[in-house]
Design a protein around this ligand. Sequence first.
Ligand code: ATP
Ligand code: SF4
Ligand code: MG
Length: 385
Amino acid sequence: MTETATSARPPAGGDDEVLVDVRGVKVHFPIKRGVIFDKVIGYVYAVDGVDLQIRRGETYGLVGESGCGKSTLGKAILNLEPPTAGSVLFDGTDIASLKGEELRRKRKDIQMVFQDPMSSLDPRQSVESLLVEGMRAHGLDADGPSTARRLRELLAAVGLPAAALRKYPHEFSGGQRQRIGIARALSVEPKLIVADEPVSALDVSVQAQVINLLEELQDEFHLTYLVVAHDLAVVRHISDRIGVMYLGGLVEEATADDLYALPLHPYTRALLSAVPVPDPTVEDTREQILLTGDLPSPSNPPAGCRFHTRCPWRQPTRCDDERPALRTVGIAGVPAGHRVACHWAEQIESGELKPHAVTPEMIEQVDTSSDHEDFIGPASVTEAL
Ligand SMILES: Nc1ncnc2c1ncn2[C@@H]1O[C@H](COP(=O)(O)OP(=O)(O)OP(=O)(O)O)[C@@H](O)[C@H]1O
Ligand code: SF4
Ligand SMILES: [Mg+2]
């Protein structure tokens, strides 16, 4: 149902720098109705044509409002949610093409750190058992003494004492539990860690400690990270490059510094303008873009530019009809790696196009109530952030 945006992207294969190559990935969830016959009455276009590359050793941050498809994209990279279309090359191999032992071996290289360590750690297992489990599954617990040494090393790496091995998840604080979750991910010596909201369930006071730990471990173990987060401050701090998602698509991608210094997509501008700036003079004078209109449902995304129903720069009729590709822009001083999916990025940046009032549009929703009730996003950017 949706037209696909094509993007300027490097040719297939051969780039040793690239660890993860996401090519035109779509993840569409069928919406089914009926007791006896599962009739498909529509789809949730959770991820709808994403191209991105994650380089070895970098941290790629993924931001966007709740429901825009961040976690689904993370799962597609892990092949936990096999793509409806497109492919994910990990270290040059399409994981979806692997089976049996080969798949198991490749899976070891990609580990996940979850938002809520309490629900991702089995409360009945001791820390030792939690850590050994993954190592055993991948044949990494060869002999007793070396396993015991490895366990102590893992705990030391995440800043926990060896005595923690005999304890159970409930005996730890939230931050310590997240350290155990990280140790578990590290136990199988992965190349990539997908961290989905790794600190958003933690007290603000321990968030920075866990982020610093992730950064230290990255250097020590030569890790590559995909960090999914809705907190722009967290993403900015930890990321080398950032991808901004809106309704299943990537609307902007740049280095963290470039994105915050010069956001080019109207949606990114709105997201960043909602983040308070500590300096009151800057806060009073900077551009504030308040988005009106609800986030459309991913089961019925707007045609053309997905953002056109809320965009203060929307132009007739191209914005409504043609989905913009993620492309490099011809703006002096903007590096080629800064990509944006907006037809009018140059004219908006130069001031040739001015923002206008947005009349909220009623968007017809597909009634999905009998199956998955979580389709509709928050009412505003501030609610999501
Ligand atoms: N298994 C599923 N079946 C049907 N729809 C799903 C499924 N998983 C996710 N969705 C829907 O896909 C869309 C994207 O969900 P996703 O969890 O990827 O968003 P997100 O960006 O991670 O949001 P959040 O910030 O709230 O975690 C949402 O509308 C969600 O309801
Ligand atoms: S393409 Fe049009 S609607 Fe989309 S972000 Fe750009 S100006 Fe706004
Ligand atoms: Mg999520």
